[in-house]
Structure formats: C-alpha cells, structure tokens
Design a protein around this ligand. Sequence first.
Ligand code: IPM
Ligand code: MN
Length: 369
Amino acid sequence: MATHKLLLLPGDGIGTEVMAEVKKVMSWLDAQGIASFAIEEDLVGGAAYDSCGLPISEEAMAKAFAADAILLGAVGGPKWANVPYEARPEAGLLRLRKDLQLFANLRPALCYPALADASSLKRELVEGLDLLIVRELTGGVYFGEPKTITDISDGQKRAVDTQVYESYEIERIARVAFELARTRRGKVVSTEKHNVMKTGVLWKQVVSEVHGSEYSDVTLEHQLADSCGMQLVRAPKQFDVIVTDNLFGDILSDVAAMLTGSLGMLPSASLGGVEEISGKRRALYEPVHGAAPDIAGKGLANPIAMVGSLAMALRYSFGQIEAADRVEAAIAGVLAAGYRTGDIYSEGMTRVGTAGMGDAIVAELGKAA
Ligand code: IPM
Ligand code: MN
C-alpha cells in the first residue's frame, strides 16, 4: 500500500474543528489497510499570523511543496480584521494557490436527495443536481497588477484592481473543463462578460478555439456571467460543467453551493499542471465554506465538505477511486439515515454536532466494510 504524504493546514475558526473529523476518517482508512498517510501539520491564515506574523511561514510553504497533497480547513475571522493587508489570513491561502500554481479549481455541487428540502429552491429544481464549476484560480483580478490605493487630489483616493488574462491561462483551464466534461455528461458552459470586458472577449475566443481544435465531441455553450447566475437559480440542472474566471467562479460557486442546501456540504480541489519529471500534479483540497467565526469553537460545524475534500484527494491525487467512492457513499449514507448538523437540520431528523457527524461517517464506513 502506497503512503500518501499529506500536509494538513487546519487554519482558523471551524477549520480546526472539521479537520479533527477528517482525521478520524483517515485513521479508519489506515486501520483498514485501504490508504496509508504520512501526515505533517502546520499553520495557515490568522493562526499562522499569530504565531509568526505571516499568514503562512516559509517552513509551511516548504512542507507544501514536499507534500503529495494538502488538505486545508479555512482561513480568516474578525480577530484579524486590522492586520496589515499583505498579512491578512486570506493572503496565506492565495500564496499557496499562486506559488504552487494551482490554476484549476474544481467545485462540484451535488444535491443529495435526502437534502433537497434544505435548499432554498424547490425540491424539483435541485433534486439530483450534479454540476461542476471549474474556476480559474491563479489569474484574473485576484492577482493582476497594478493593485493599489493611491491618493489623488482634494483628499480623494483611487483604488485599482487589474483583471488580466493571457491566452495560455485560458487554454489550460478550458482543457481541464473539456476533459472533465468527457467523463461526465459532455457539456461545457463557458462564462464571462465579453459585452463589457476585454478579458471576456479573449476568454470566449480562446475557449472556442480550444473546443474547435481538440474537443468538438463536447457541447460548448457561452453564457454571460450575469445570465449564468440567473440560470443557476432558475434551472440549475441544465448545467454539467461551468468554466469561468477567478472572480466569477468565486461568486457562482457560492451560489451553486447554496443550491445544495448548505455551504457546509461542498468540497473543492485546486490542481496544478502535471509535472514533467515526476508525473505528479500539485493539489490542495479544501471545503468551499469559510472559517465561520459565528459558530467557531461550538462544535456545530458541518464536517461533510472537509471529509468530501479528502474523498477528492483520494480520487484526483492518489488514484484511489474505490476508496473515494466509499467515503462519498458514507456521506450519502449518513444523510439518508437522517443525521444532520444545524445548517442542514429539518424536523424529524437526528441533530448532531461536528464530532457526532464525523463519528457517524466513520460508523457508516464500517458498515460497508
Ligand atoms: C474561496 C474563498 C477565497 C476566495 C478567499 C478566502 C480568499 O472565498 O475559496 O472561495 O475568494 O477565493
Ligand atoms: Mn469564495
């Protein structure tokens, strides 16, 4: 059995709580001889800032480069509202994404039948929903320069963010989307604002070219980002794969997450390119939800997105498809059995806390064994 080198970065708020639950799942997989993990742990976000004045230390970055995959909890919180901009908790996560060149962010939105009533949309609109947002993660307005606030005349200030994309960045994310569509229902919707933005014009053109020359077996549709947002809440089941830029992907993936009942449900994978010599692909897995300071430390957080992130690591980094299927089936199993954390609770269900949900998932795994 291969040993996977995993770096755990629990981060802030509920990040540490949900990480404790995914560790139980890892121990179980280890004990069963299904997967073995060599685990390192370090700080990121506000926790790292408190310990070393940086949102991620150089030692933690070195561990990140050495790992086969990274599991991250969440970063941020009001405690760090006034730290210098460069040292804010989010900067730790952004540095990991940028330095490891994790350009492809996969955010699946699955609506489990047992949860269809927890969605803010009607059951018939979301039941059986299975879409995948492929978000570009290392470019666009998140990283474009200049990014400044400057003093201008009369006490006024001017803030500038820069949205910038080069064709290679669009090509490689488009390929990821088309490849994934081939393993799913064969449809890609590409989303931008070509009616207003030059980056949108280039985005649409490059995605069309990649499609025409390499992927004409996949169906491609273009939607303006505002319209895509509208369609996501009108008729989400029309989507298979959505490919979009960093900022639109951030927004649309929160919308898609809510369709499934709760932000606490959705895992994500951030992948780099395949390295030539090692054949390895750098990867970071994290829940889509944030640090949720309002419920942090109370044992109320839903660990499902974190456990689902481990399943994605098994699938995309470790090639352990069967083990990934098993962890995902255990999640579906505990939901079908009626276990609910507060965010997805409805009447008649069994209310559990973070640890209760983690234990239920491990018990469910045991049943299937
Ligand atoms: C996400 C988060 C991050 C982002 C923040 C924490 C920087 O919202 O992963 O979606 O905006 O990308
Ligand atoms: Mn976000």
